[in-house]
Design a binder for this molecule. Structure first.
Ligand code: HEC
Ligand code: HEC
Ligand code: HEC
Ligand code: HEC
Ligand code: HEC
Ligand code: HEC
Ligand code: HEC
Ligand code: HEC
Ligand code: HEC
Length: 380
């Protein structure tokens, strides 16, 4: 059996505990005092925006969060001009837990953890007024990432400033929101044929991040399902003549893709086994995803055989310089493009109907003759 503490040891332990307790008590009192230092104590629980702003309109109301600082000042005029302020949404409609002062303690280990703790305290309130958006955000990749413990993923307030936003972000503005965290992809996108048109010409026809990914129910784009659906995603616009005619671009790119040996399989995969990854190329394997350029771009355009060859070689490692010639690109065979294929097709177009038609005529006349013969025989 273990020996009990003797008296002297117990005395020591008591002194240590007492000292620790006193230190904790002082620390707590000091932090309260620091909190109140910004404003006079408020015995009455605040009930309307003005009572919150009584303290929170104080300029430079700053607290420490870990090694950094967070500004707690709220600009009342800007708030009143916002979508929420205009609709008389009150501070307490969202900050239900902050009705009394001193407020409950939030995680202040870093500014991000501080935001996250306010998010967990307010997210049910967003949902109460915006059920559809909140519902679809809950199934999205950001919420799943937050739940898995990575608090750097986007929360409502990262994309919508709850205090000052006048409305939901426009497409170009939303792209800047995504760019804050996905800077590398955003930089690629901004240099692409789609991104350049959106951000420098405010072109409404090209896709922004949210057109391909959505704003709320963002899926993980690296799944087999997402990959198999890519041709459909691009085709939304690229088969629409009312858009593509403006840019003199072919609307045949999906049909020609589906008809080739690669596309036929991917289309079958999407309809029959959407969860199974295809090993055939989809649009983005040849064109890139966030880096898509004009096909005749002198540097990166894939109309240039050597640029295209690199793409083929990922899956056909032995492919040599002329390998892409084996493929008709998005062209239908014509006397100009792939004349051999065209004439062979043409030949078959006439030859096969002629042979089958001839056979049919032969068989039908033969049957008729037999029936006639029978009838003649039966009349005896
Ligand atoms: C007496 C001054 C005072 C009043 C009144 C007041 N606050 Fe605060 N508030 C503070 C201080 C001080 C902090 C920083 C607390 C800390 O360091 O934990 C704070 C922090 C906050 C925070 C950040 C999260 C947190 O609790 O640390 C929110 C949100 C907040 N207040 C909302 C409100 C709302 C909403 C009202 C009105 C219902 C309100 N406050 C009224 C002084 C006040
Ligand atoms: C529509 C809901 C909503 C309303 C209305 C609202 N807040 Fe907030 N507030 C939030 C959210 C969400 C956060 C967390 C923001 C973040 O991630 O940093 C926040 C953060 C804060 C903070 C912490 C500092 C900061 O900006 O992150 C303070 C202080 C605060 N709110 C005070 C107020 C006051 C005062 C009012 C009324 C004038 C108010 N809020 C109205 C949702 C709201
Ligand atoms: C990753 C960024 C992002 C996050 C996180 C996000 N949203 Fe949105 N939200 C958007 C974008 C972008 C739009 C603009 C419409 C669109 O393209 O979907 C939008 C639109 C909205 C709208 C306006 C819808 C309309 O038709 O006018 C509401 C309301 C909204 N979001 C609420 C929320 C709520 C509540 C949350 C948290 C549960 C949230 N959002 C999280 C990006 C986001
Ligand atoms: C008490 C109800 C209420 C709460 C709580 C609330 N909102 Fe709102 N919100 C509104 C109203 C009302 C509007 C303006 C009308 C509209 O567009 O729906 C609005 C507008 C918005 C818009 C702009 C949408 C547009 O079409 O212009 C966004 C984005 C938004 N809220 C996000 C949030 C987020 C994020 C939260 C939680 C932090 C939240 N709201 C909490 C009622 C609320
Ligand atoms: C506050 C930062 C933040 C903002 C703003 C943000 N994201 Fe994210 N996003 C993340 C984080 C963190 C992840 C998880 C990354 C990981 O797991 O490696 C993520 C994941 C994703 C994924 C899944 C793929 C992946 O890498 O896991 C997509 C797609 C995505 N975000 C798109 C968007 C779009 C579109 C927008 C703008 C509407 C946006 N994000 C805004 C932080 C953000
Ligand atoms: C034309 C449609 C389209 C647009 C526009 C688009 N994406 Fe994507 N994105 C995709 C596809 C398709 C994938 C799947 C992976 C692939 O094919 O490379 C993807 C993958 C991703 C991924 C995860 C894979 C990775 O490489 O980490 C993130 C994160 C992402 N996109 C964010 C964004 C952001 C942010 C924007 C805007 C700046 C954006 N996307 C614009 C179609 C698009
Ligand atoms: C929202 C509609 C839309 C979606 C979705 C879309 N595009 Fe585009 N795309 C356009 C428009 C519009 C242009 C013409 C832009 C310009 O020239 O300024 C374009 C241009 C292109 C070009 C350049 C053609 C050339 O040589 O000039 C390629 C290649 C392209 N898109 C491929 C794709 C692929 C691959 C996808 C799917 C990952 C896709 N696009 C999704 C609208 C769209
Ligand atoms: C195996 C590689 C490959 C695949 C897969 C592919 N493309 Fe292409 N695409 C090309 C090449 C090469 C060109 C350039 C043809 C030329 O001008 O010589 C091109 C041209 C284009 C153009 C420009 C058309 C024009 O009128 O100038 C668009 C738009 C396009 N593709 C979209 C798509 C879409 C959408 C998909 C998926 C449904 C797709 N591509 C699949 C290789 C591919
Ligand atoms: C993402 C991978 C991938 C890419 C990129 C790709 N292919 Fe393929 N390709 C395949 C697969 C898988 C098959 C089917 C092979 C089989 O069934 O034996 C195939 C079949 C073919 C065939 C039929 C003859 C054969 O070898 O079976 C040709 C020709 C072909 N590809 C040409 C091309 C050309 C040209 C490019 C570049 C423009 C290209 N491929 C890019 C995966 C790819």
């Amino acid at each position: 059996m273990r020996r009990c503490f003797d008296r002297a040891e117990r005395k020591h332990a008591r002194i240590i505990l007492l000292t620790l307790g006193l230190i904790l008590l002082f620390a707590a009192l000091a932090s309260q005092a620091a909190g109140r230092a910004h404003a006079s104590p408020s015995p009455v629980p605040p009930s309307d925006n003005d009572s919150c702003l009584f303290c929170h309109s104080e300029p430079d109301m700053i607290i420490e969060a870990g090694a950094e600082q967070v500004l707690l000042t709220i600009d009342g005029d800007k708030f009143n001009a916002s979508a929420h302020g205009q609709e008389q949404v009150a501070c307490l409609d969202c900050h239900v837990a902050n009705s009394k002062f001193p407020h409950p303690t939030y995680d202040k280990s870093s500014p991000r953890e501080f935001s996250y703790s306010i998010y967990t305290a307010t997210k049910a309130t967003c949902k109460a007024c915006h059920a559809d958006e909140a519902q679809s955000a809950m199934s999205g990749v950001h919420e799943q990432t937050l739940d898995a413990g990575n608090h750097n993923a986007a929360m409502c307030a990262d994309c919508h400033n709850p205090h000052y936003a006048k409305g939901a972000a426009e497409r170009a503005e939303a792209t800047e929101v995504c760019a804050r965290c996905h800077s590398e992809i955003a930089a690629q996108y901004k240099a692409s044929v789609h991104g350049k048109a959106l951000l420098t010409e405010a072109n409404p026809d090209v896709p922004a991040c949210v057109d391909c990914h959505g704003g709320h129910s963002i899926e993980d784009p690296r799944t087999a399902e997402f990959r198999n659906h890519i041709p459909g995603l691009c085709a939304q616009c690229h088969t629409d003549a009312s858009i593509m005619d403006k840019y003199d671009l072919s609307t045949n790119v999906l049909d020609t893709y589906v008809a080739d040996y690669h596309g036929t399989t991917v289309t079958l995969f999407e309809s029959n086994t959407p969860r199974l990854a295809t090993n055939k190329p989809v649009c983005t394997d040849c064109h890139g995803t966030h880096t898509i350029s004009k096909t005749d771009d002198p540097q990166s355009g894939i109309a240039l055989k050597e640029n295209l060859l690199v793409k083929c070689q990922r899956c056909h490692p032995d492919a040599t310089a002329n390998f892409p010639d084996a493929w008709m690109s998005h062209y239908d065979a014509s006397p100009q493009n792939f004349p051999l294929v065209y004439y062979v097709n043409l030949f078959y177009k006439f030859f096969i109907p002629a042979v089958i038609g001839g056979m049919l005529v032969f068989v039908i006349t033969d049957i008729l003759r037999r029936i006639l013969n029978r009838l003649k025989g039966g009349a005896h």
